[in-house]
Write a protein that binds this ligand. Sequence first.
Ligand SMILES: [Zn+2]
Ligand SMILES: [Zn+2]
Length: 252
Amino acid sequence: MKKINKARLAVLSTITMTVFAFIACSNDEESIDEVTSTGELHAAFAEFDTDETSIYLSGSNVVIETTGNPNHTTVYWGEGNALYKEEPNVDLTPSIIPNYDASATLTVSQNPQKASSPTSTSLGAIGIAISGAAIFNDQEGNGALDQAAASLDYTGGHIGPQEYHYHLEPKAWTEDDDKLVGILADGFFIYGRKCNSTGAYPTDLDASGGHTSITQHNTETEYHYHIENELYNNQYYLIFPGAYQGTPSSIN
Ligand SMILES: [Zn+2]
Ligand SMILES: [Zn+2]
């Protein structure tokens, strides 16, 4: 008899707890959105230039708004501009940064996940660098980047038919180190050729140059990319010749 009573009690208390939990859930329904949208921005976002970018949470997403303009010197600012840098060896494309409205917005999950299969990148911006300017892939107008190599400035950027953008390791702030480069359209961060977790070139990268480890911005492990540590055309490092491992959002 005692055993049966205990069993009944257990069943009863389970039901009671379920009912309470249900009531608690329905009462809290409205505050769930508030809880997720009052989370904190990932520490890596503090590296983005605050003059060029505006970054904030919206529900469970992060919104990155950028002027699209780089916060550093380049020949592409044009003579007379405070950030103009003379680069006589650059085969200039016929335009300058102030002639473009390069502003863009990217909205990604605050907690991006890897997708079940990779997604190829396409022409146009594939990410936003901490400088404010766009990150492009390893193609130039659907052709090999070599054709446009002469027009790239000291930091691997140029103006193609579109706004100023980087194809190569942006030496204006990262060269053979573990600095943050920016964020890609799938919400994952991309770092320099070295990883802060070991201080060395990572040896466990997937086909997209990504792996899961701690970073200088997270004591918990998280998936992130690195600039490809392989010389392209015997002279430079491509930022991201691979495919997205997450689900890309549009940058526009
Ligand atoms: Zn280009
Ligand atoms: Zn890493």
